[in-house]
Design a protein around this ligand. Sequence first.
Ligand code: FES
Length: 381
Amino acid sequence: MDDPFRIVGKAVDARNTYGLPLAVLAELTHRCPLQCGYCSNPIQLEQASREMTTEQWCSAMTQMADLGVLQIHFSGGEPTVRKDLEQLVQHASDVGLYSNLITSGVMMTRDRMFRLADAGLSHVQVSIQGATGQMSDLIGGFKNALPKKHDTATWTLEAGLALTVNAVVHRQNLPELPQIIEKAVEWGAARLEVANVQYYGWALKNRQALMPTFAQLEDTTNIVNEARARLKGILEIDYVIPDYYAARPKQCMGGWGRQFFNISPSGHVLPCHAAETITELRFDSLKERTLEWIWHNSDAMNCFRGTDWMPEPCKSCAFKEIDFGGCRCQAYALAKDASATDPACAKSPLHEAIFRTAMAESIASEDDFIYRNFANARADS
Ligand code: FES
């Protein structure tokens, strides 16, 4: 019988290092009408023919509920591309999962929003790429997206669902941040996420065109703080600063394999949405294994659980059970070693160099980026 708590090549006791998974990001598809260059999807996008079927997703949701999962976030790509979305939301509701739809909002209809609400959807998160039509179309690579997003936000509220607006911000759209905040208020959102780009997948490829300047970062913090005070009780604003300018690493995913997992369109179970960028790891699929087996036994899930895997300076760091060593995907992207100290941490030997890279790239005049789409993915392979 397999040792249920092993990692590649050595046995470890991971029993006390993680609990039950609370939330799942279900990437139903990598198909998407938008082509944002900051997407964290892997460069090699999954073809539609490899996506899980309705039955496979429903089985996965039943297993999630049995395992103790409370929330499912339907994402992608663009989840409304899937014609069976209503069935999937209905099944989530039937097995007792709270469901959130993460959407670009450009493919929604009023009827469909009401069908999704009837099926048990609780919350909708609409992305915004800019406050003006020109910025929105440029960043998303999609014409006239903004009015469609506004309609989706309106229908969300009409259907009685909670609304969050998500703005991924970067050097090119940060000048529009004050207007983005006003749009979120105008659209009736209860919450706005202002999230600086995290550089994995397509975003890493386009880093030069996206990295904010240090002055922009300071302005952003001031704008967010002023808006938080002014809009207290009207709009809650979550704010994520760029890792490259941080002194401490983020507690990514609440710790690797501790309380969260992601399912890729083809059914691979990942500790985070960007984990497939760590090309040396092999991920188990729901097409071959049960979710419970994967959660407890998958090598990829176990390899960075707990603190035993940590090198110095993480191993003797007082924060090691607070930030769990930061982000493994970022360590791999920047140090080429997923077990290295996250270079976002000031204790990493690479921290200084990363900060200098960010400063240099942010003032470069490189504004062109590669759109995230299947043709560019093929060209990269
Ligand atoms: Fe993968 Fe941070 S995004 S561990």
